[in-house]
Design a protein around this ligand. Structure first.
Ligand SMILES: Cc1cc2nc3c(=O)[nH]c(=O)nc-3n(C[C@H](O)[C@H](O)[C@H](O)COP(=O)(O)OP(=O)(O)OC[C@H]3O[C@@H](n4cnc5c(N)ncnc54)[C@H](O)[C@@H]3O)c2cc1C
Length: 435
């Protein structure tokens, strides 16, 4: 998979071998382009993808994002069919656990359910007693709005019961880094080459067009197309290409802590589900190895940690986050036993103001972006690869995507995805994340 030559030329360079960059490389290579992927780390998915909770769900506030996730989810469910190859390193697996979204935190459940039904997704609406019947380990009590444990409200009795909706088809990929490796392997089977442990230090521009990249060892890779799939490093690359002047939003690295606790018998991989819990401000899911992992939903009371650069993230889960998130989970899963020692991982999101990714061309001809994935695009990746390849084909053939956006009909599910939804020029309505 790795090439060591110092001077290279190809049809398209992808910067970043995370799940997004590998998915794009696969589709560009399948489309007949010669592709070189450059990554400063040692292998596919070693960046923010490695920390992903890898939840595959389909509910979104915007129909377009639901549609994208629905098509991409089908590709994870039939992973080998999507890849067209079997990776000798092993294949990541889709684990169907179902997914439930509880009410609270301003989440518009009605709109999400309506989007899902428009796409033909099977959704079941649940009352509090139905939640408890379906998942006996889960307390459907209404404890929100989210609070911190030093607030008396945190410890108050439930004020009634929540409603929820449940989607049977949801689940998780068991190993996000391996999934990226699988995509990279399939891309290499189609001819893509990978340069690992090599950093892009500059973007080469000739006239109004990108012409390649310069690497930190002084060597160059030349190509008429460069795709920024640099994850939380995306803004650094955009600055190198000097393309930010017409963007209506920014991309910024945001630290994320995901804790891991032992799963009780009442809620584990055999009888639990993926739960989005805006009532207390968490999402959680049963994990392999008899644990539950718990992440945050950026509730108003929770600190938001933007970083100057991803490398500034803390190395291990903080005592504060451990305390807050484990106690929140204990409200929802009363059987939980909280160990004395914090455990979990720290990752970094690449966040836009409206938490919608940017999948687009830029003002520099030939320079494309698949960035700002805002903590929820692992699930989108397989179809983002297809959309980016289509976008590149159309724009390179002369289409004015900014004014006449590419609209794709997803081949596996028949849903429509307007790529213009992810434009760098869109009107931005600041909103918080949705986990
Ligand atoms: C804690 C956490 C939990 C998450 N949970 C979920 C979830 O449950 N479901 C979901 O759908 N999504 C989830 N996400 C989001 C999802 O994981 C990301 O959207 C996705 O992995 C981003 O992939 P990427 O390829 O864009 O970025 P990355 O995986 O970060 O890849 C970018 C790569 O670019 C390389 N790079 C950057 N700059 C350069 C340069 N100058 N030169 C060379 N290489 C460079 C980096 O080394 C890196 O490998 C989560 C994310 C985190 C952090």
């Amino acid at each position: 998979m790795t090439t060591d030559t110092d001077s290279l030329a190809c049809d398209a360079i992808v910067v970043g071998a995370g799940v997004i960059g590998c998915a794009i490389a696969l589709e560009l290579a399948r489309g007949g382009r010669s592709v070189i992927v450059v990554d400063s780390k040692g292998g596919p998915g070693h960046g923010s993808t490695s920390a992903s909770s890898a939840i595959i769900r389909f509910h979104y506030m915007h129909l377009t994002e639901s549609a994208l996730a629905w098509e991409a989810g089908h590709r994870y469910m039939q992973w080998e069919r999507h890849l067209g190859a079997v990776d000798p390193a092993g294949m990541a697996q889709f684990i169907q656990t179902g997914g439930m979204v509880l009410e609270g935190g301003g989440y518009d459940l009605e709109r999400m359910v309506s989007n899902l039904r428009t796409l033909g997704v099977d959704v079941r609406e649940l009352s509090g007693p139905e939640i408890a019947e379906m998942y006996p380990g889960v307390d459907p009590g209404k404890y929100g709005p989210p609070a911190l444990p030093d607030d008396d409200h945190f410890w108050a009795d439930a004020d009634g019961e929540l409603v929820a909706f449940h989607v049977e088809a949801c689940g998780q990929m068991d190993d996000p880094q391996l999934a990226a490796n699988n995509l990279a392997y399939a891309a290499s089977v189609n001819g893509a080459q990978f340069l690992f442990n090599r950093s892009v230090s500059d973007v080469i521009i000739e006239g109004a067009r990108v012409a390649g990249v310069e690497l930190s060892d002084g060597s160059r890779v030349v190509a008429p197309i460069v795709v920024n799939a640099a994850g939380p490093w995306s803004s650094q690359l955009n600055r190198m290409a000097d393309v930010l002047s017409d963007f209506t939003m920014t991309t910024r690295p945001m630290e994320q802590e995901v804790i891991s606790v032992p799963a009780p018998e009442s809620f584990n991989l055999s009888n639990g589900t993926v739960i989005t819990d805006p009532d207390v401000g968490t999402y959680f899911r049963p994990h392999q190895g008899g644990t539950i992992i718990v992440g945050g939903l950026e509730a108003d009371c929770d600190p938001v940690v933007f970083l100057d650069k991803p490398e500034d993230a803390i190395e291990s889960v903080s005592a504060e986050t451990w305390n807050v998130q484990s106690l929140r989970l204990a409200r929802r899963i009363p059987d939980l036993v909280i160990p004395g020692r914090p455990s979990g991982i720290v990752g970094v999101y690449d966040v836009t103001e409206d938490w919608i990714p940017i999948y687009d061309r830029t003002s520099l001809d030939g320079f494309y972006v698949a960035i700002g994935t805002s903590g929820h695009a692992f699930k989108q990746a397989p179809y983002v690869g297809v959309l980016m390849a289509l976008l590149i084909d159309e724009v390179e053939a002369g289409r004015d995507h900014d004014n006449d956006p590419v609209v794709a009909v997803a081949p596996w599910t028949g849903v429509e995805v307007n790529v213009g939804h992810f434009s760098r020029l869109r009107d931005v309505l600041p909103q918080r994340g949705m986990g």
